[in-house]
Design a protein around this ligand. Sequence first.
Ligand code: GAL
Length: 657
Amino acid sequence: MTRSLDFGAAFYPEHWPESEWPRDIALMRAAGVTVARLGEFAWSTLEPDEGRYDFAWLDRALDLLAAAGIVSVLGTPTAAPPAWLTQRYPDTLATVDAQGHRDAHGARCHYCVNSPLYHEKSAAIAGAMAEHFGKRPDVIGWQIDNEYNRVCYCATCRAKFQSFVQARFGDLATVNRRWATAYWSQTYQSWDQIAPPAHAVSNPGLVLAWREFVTESYRLFQHEQVTAIRAHVAPEVWITHNFMKWFDAFDHYEMSAELDLASWDWYEPSGWTDRIPSGAMHDLVRGYKRRNFWLMETQPGHVNWSRTNIDLQPGQARAWAWHAIGHGADAVLYWQWRMALNGQEQMHGSLVDQAGEPRPFYAEAQAVGGELAQAREALAGTRVQARVAVLYDFPSRWLIDNQRHHGDFDYVEHLLRAYRALAGRNFTVDVISPDVDLAGYGVVIAPALALFTPERVARLTQFAQHGHLVLGPRTGSRDSAAALWPERPPAGLHALAGCEVEEYIALAEPVRIEGDVSGQADVWAERLKVRAPEAQVLARYSAGNAWLAGQPAIVRRDTTGGSVTTLGGQFDTPTLEIALAPLLALAGIAPVLETPPGVEALRRVGEEGQDVVIVINHTATPQTIPAPAGRVDELTGAATTGALTLGAFGVAVLSAA
Ligand code: GAL
């Protein structure tokens, strides 16, 4: 049977004497834990010296877990190279900046992602672990490394970067032309003159190529471990990596291509008050592979790595877990089960404390574990289905961050404005790459999609024949080498959009817009020029910025079966709600439920079309909403009647009765 709604924690038996393990595992069982994640930092215990493996302790821990009915996910330990390795092979240590400073042993992720020796050692430990543990039926999945994050600038990386640029562009004349290197005498005469970007603002072509190179470096590093593991495990055993929140050092879509499952680690060190960014992050991770994902780590109360590490409020863990599941998570795992007595993370939250006693959070987790068990069957095989997509693009983010033009123009914040206008009203949203098939969507929004390729232009053009396309500001200005397209944005789409951008303005003050859509732009505004007589100006800028006054701010042009709406400004969410409402209506897209702002309604749909609606009160105040008719709450067994009341951080999981 397909697994459904797994629940668990990261468990580090190597931190504790074996005599402690049975008690930990008994508490796991009592909390409803179905899965433990182990091994991802245990290199010095798994391979105490070069080539000498000790897997027996991990077998014993896995045996105890399996006997308690708990399956396991094994991490390869390559985020924590042991002292013998970095001492014997200092070249495996990363060079942490373009000025050449080398990392020191003593933390984690201190490796050079391109070191041939580190590749060899990593593939060897991954392969040895897979050979040893790969046939165990209780090991259902593997995680490669842990939160890739270090970028290295050593001589090896630099040489590989030069080869990467050569393979990408073929000859130096092409590099010089496409990066416009005559500007500031950047002209390259030989490949070895090309160095990683080292300045606050570097040549955009160089910046883009470097990020693509970092992506390719991690992809190859990951690929070697994936290959080493696949050789030994059954086809249904999956391989994942746990990505971080809004992390942008590499392209996560590319990194996910070879993985079977996407997963991520969700933390909110300053407390959690806004469901929109976390909802968008869940949706983005679901978009990495366009299927359900795992929440591989989340916060058991508080973290330890922020300046002030605020706890979740009592009860909030429940809303948190269902929020992830409603957005497509098939598992929720806390980090961590029990903290080590020493080490950098002594102060982190956990379910069990140094004495082996349940902490107060344990009871919260136990309640969540119980609820997941109750809803497990109803949610088996279900997934999120959206007819609205927001396009999230790593290269566009890199290019904008390299030249924000207005310091407050933040790619993620900008995207969240559109996302909030939808998800804030319980529209189900996909957050996906601009390079995937858009068939099936009714509305597609491209916020700040700076990078246009001919393929992207073709895909968006095709979509707009039957769907409603919305182009945000800064869209369609750069090519695949980060050069400006030698025409006005949105390059390649003027005819379709019926307009072009004639100027962009960093706004000192917000400006109002008036027309069919009234509202406000801040930070960024573009003065649009209408190019097609049939295009409609939906809004014009009012007085406030002399360059903008009276000029088109929103233009829409209808196609045979769809439309293109060009948004000239960074609008606030209420303005975007007004702009998007008619498009959603035309596409026949409705929200899951209408709820007050603190209440979220999400839907997962099964293969037979049966759906489960998850309603979450994200506030500490009870909320009452009109109950959807003909439903039964999987958590209480109660049938819905006229009103549905949710207590503080309360949840209802509603199946068809
Ligand atoms: C994550 C990491 C875990 C743990 C956790 C603490 O970023 O993957 O190993 O350190 O943070 O919050």
